[in-house]
Design a protein. Sequence first.
Length: 74
Amino acid sequence: MFIQYVCEGGNVFKKTEVGEHLPDNGRVLITCKNGKVTALRNIYDDEHVASLKSLLELAEQAGCVVVQRGKTKI
């Protein structure tokens, strides 16, 4: 089972080496810094990756009213 691998203490993967650390099946979020892979995180079936804008649009499409704290929406 692949859960999460965070490269610590300056130990990073070259992009060409990252395949050795990926699961056989599934989705993975990869974090890069200065052209090197610094973290890998498994994305589970019940998780979704989206921008805040996309998340708010999905909530509104589902019938939710999104209101900024301290303001009211009419």
